[in-house]
Design a protein around this ligand. Structure first.
Ligand code: SF4
Ligand code: FES
Length: 250
């Protein structure tokens, strides 16, 4: 396949940045999107040019590091996939592809396509933990968990922290991520001691970091590679109301 790539190049956080056009003409449909960028970068390096900086780690859809807006869609045109699991067979010979970083105020660009997602770490630090007594690990069956609760907690725990929900949201809200992190602990018995402090602290930190408010547009769940549903935000809202209006805590 021969492709035209228009890629966001930005030398550093204070650089203005611009789209730069590149041609690639030896792309196999079996390559992943990141392998296609590897081909471009190998050529740029051989030509003595600066390679395009982009984030990746596992390349298996697990780590949440890959983060590209491809033709305007976070993680590209295929639903329920990460950029690293997107393959070039989803594109046609002769296509022009726009590649940009996540665009959101709390995710400043570090270089080219790499953004700083420390803001997500700060939300986790605000409440994404449980208190656990030290000592030997308890028996696995010492604390029974109803199957429906375990399933819903597991679904929420699938969030890989990629940030596509923020990049997709017209408000730049990180509420789907926050809700997933709040609920995967809040649905389990082990998460109950901090349950109502957790939801207030994580939502307040989310807002303080400059993420926008959720207005239920649903773009987040469409872009999410792990299928985190809007119900998760509904559960977060219920816990938040109990914590603040209902006087459960705080
Ligand atoms: S909720 Fe989905 S889109 Fe948002 S960070 Fe988690 S996995 Fe990524
Ligand atoms: S590189 Fe790990 S999820 Fe894409």
């Amino acid at each position: 396949m021969k492709l035209t790539l228009r890629i966001w190049r930005q030398n550093g956080p204070s650089d203005k940045g611009a789209m730069v056009e590149y041609k690639v003409d030896d792309v196999s449909p079996d390559m992943s999107f990141l392998e296609m960028l590897d081909v471009l970068n190998e050529r740029l390096i051989l030509d003595g040019e600066e390679p395009v900086a982009f984030d990746h780690d596992c390349r298996e859809g697990i780590c949440g590091m890959c983060s590209l807006v491809i033709n305007g869609a976070p993680h590209g045109p295929e639903r329920a996939t990460t950029t690293c699991q997107l393959h070039m067979r989803k594109f046609k010979d002769g296509d022009t592809i726009d590649i940009e970083p996540w665009r959101a105020r709390p995710f400043p660009v570090i270089k080219d396509l790499v953004v700083d997602r420390t803001a997500f770490d700060k939300i986790i630090q605000a409440g994404g933990y449980i208190s656990a007594p030290t000592g030997a690990a308890p028996d696995a069956h010492a604390m029974p968990v109803p199957k429906p609760d375990a399933d819903r907690a597991f679904e929420a725990a699938e969030c890989i922290g990629c940030g596509a929900c923020v990049a997709a949201c017209p408000n730049g809200s990180g509420m789907l991520f926050t809700a997933a992190k709040v609920m995967h602990l809040g649905l389990m018995p082990q998460g109950q001691p901090e349950r109502y402090d957790r939801v207030v602290d994580m939502v307040e930190t989310h807002d303080d970091l400059g993420f926008g408010g959720c207005t239920n547009t649903g773009e987040c769940t469409v872009a999410c590679p792990k299928g985190i549903s809007l119900d998760t935000i509904g559960m977060l809202n219920r816990d938040y109301l109990r914590a603040t209006a209902g006087g459960a805590k705080k």
